[in-house]
Design a protein around this ligand. Structure first.
Ligand code: ATP
Ligand code: MG
Length: 423
């Protein structure tokens, strides 16, 4: 045997013996396909041969051996074992086929996520997730954004109290944060650019394939902007950069596991809300100006732009009535808010904020909110608050749409929906 010696640790995903050679497939590290452990009867002591031929699928192993210069197995990575230690064996038959040959149900893959993570497709999805978050951090830090962490136990919601999980905080009423909106804006009076990777908690009784009660977002806020266009530019470059990065890092691996990464668009068109309605109404919808775009409308618009060669687009200039109090008005009826939709699904919402104190107070009143309850926030607008804007982007939604998956639960390890609190 010639080659480098080394150790492989992992879980057995398949075993096979042919005469005097045993092949054990082991899922190791963060690899997407198993390494083949080759055991030759002549080259190991009798004890190791007995272990090698009796090893059970699902066991945790440590293998010592040599990485040969010439590989005999078809799968490309191989170690020729000199010693095998079984560290743990399954006590029961695993509920998921660990060879990956027989698929399990959607729910079983969630219930036994840790076992699913031994299968290449699930590894690929969660590796892509980890890389996406790593890219977000690196990209924004490079652009001069400070990474922040704001409280998740809060005393007031961003947009009123209807969708919040309430909890008792030493006798006071508190909530799980639905968004870092108010905090990131307050910080614009002290640092010019911030971002946060954060959970959003929302108490609505969702039953869609794209809503969870706990989801993860990328929140960005930036000051000294000229308009919401400056914010869209950052978001556009981020999304295009993320696609490029994932393609170069693991495009082939994703494809090999049946996951087709969206192509990087040459540009992301800006479509005013009123134009979106025109398009939809010309397709047979009857949407009144001011109405929200429901799921059906979003989907149809997504298909329309897909046909034009645009998998993603911004919807801009929403009616102010449809957007939260902190969004800046544009004229009387419009706003400086935008959404980013990918494949007909909303992935991010953002806009320029109202930074002028008097206008902000008026906006709160106009939405039926009590400015006194927001004084900890409005206070920050008294000390030189610059024009600013930002966005909140659903990381789960982004990954789901980029990978062409149809259910958000596929990209979240332990999803929290109305019917799932464990595991
Ligand atoms: P939607 O209209 O799709 O329910 P929203 O407008 O209420 O979303 P925002 O407050 O704009 O959501 O949050 C910013 C982004 O966070 C959304 O564009 C979406 O990508 C993501 N997001 C919000 N709520 C959820 C949720 N319940 N589950 C998963 N992602 C979410
Ligand atoms: Mg939104």
């Amino acid at each position: 045997m010639s080659g480098r010696t080394g150790i492989v640790e992992g879980w057995v995903s398949n075993v096979k013996s042919v005469g005097r050679i045993a092949f054990i497939e082991v899922i190791d590290g963060l690899q997407l396909s198993p390494i083949t452990v080759v055991v030759k009867r002549e080259q190991v002591d009798p004890e190791t041969w007995t272990v090698a031929t009796g090893v059970k699928i699902g066991s945790a192993l440590r293998v010592e051996g040599v990485f040969p210069e010439v590989v005999i197995s078809r799968k490309g990575r191989e170690i020729q074992a000199t010693k095998i230690t079984v560290l743990a064996e399954p006590l029961e038959l695993p509920p998921i086929d660990l060879t990956g040959k027989t698929p399990a149900s959607f729910d079983l893959y969630i219930e036994y996520r840790y076992l699913a993570l031994r299968l290449p497709r699930f590894r690929a999805i969660f590796l892509a997730r980890s890389k996406l978050i790593g890219f977000a951090r690196e990209y924004l830090s490079e652009q001069g954004f400070l990474e922040i962490n704001t409280p998740k136990i809060v005393g007031a919601g961003a947009e009123g109290g209807a969708t919040l999980f309430a909890l008792d905080y030493f006798g006071m009423k508190a909530y799980l944060s639905q968004s870092p909106q108010l905090y990131k804006q307050m910080l614009m009076c002290g640092v010019p650019r911030v971002f946060e990777i954060t959970p959003y908690f929302r108490a609505e009784k969702f039953s869609t394939p794209r809503h969870l009660n706990e989801s993860w977002g990328l929140d960005v806020e930036m000051a000294f902007i000229n308009s919401e266009e400056d914010v869209m530019k950052v978001l556009e470059d981020f999304v295009r950069g993320a696609i490029r990065y994932l393609r170069s890092e693991m495009g082939d691996d994703l494809r090999a596991n049946g996951l087709e990464l969206l192509e990087e668009p040459a540009s992301i068109p800006r479509v005013p809300y009123s134009r979106a309605i025109e398009i939809l109404n010309s397709m047979g919808f009857s949407i009144q100006w001011g109405d929200d775009l429901d799921t059906q409308a979003e989907k149809a618009l997504g298909e329309y732009f897909q046909r034009q060669g645009y998998p993603m687009y911004f919807i801009t200039q929403y009616p102010w009535d449809a957007k939260p109090f902190y969004i800046m008005k544009e004229g009387e009826r419009l706003s400086k808010a935008f959404d980013l939709d990918i494949s007909g699904i909303e992935v991010a919402s953002g806009g320029q904020r109202e930074h002028r104190y008097a206008e902000l107070i008026a906006n709160l009143r106009a939405k039926g909110l009590n400015p006194a309850e927001f004084s900890f926030y409005t206070q920050a607008f008294k000390y030189g608050m610059p024009p600013h804007g930002g966005f909140g982007l659903g990381l789960d939604r982004l990954l789901m749409t980029l990978l062409g998956l149809s259910n958000i639960r596929e990209v979240v390890l332990f999803p929290r929906d109305r019917f799932r609190l464990v595991p």
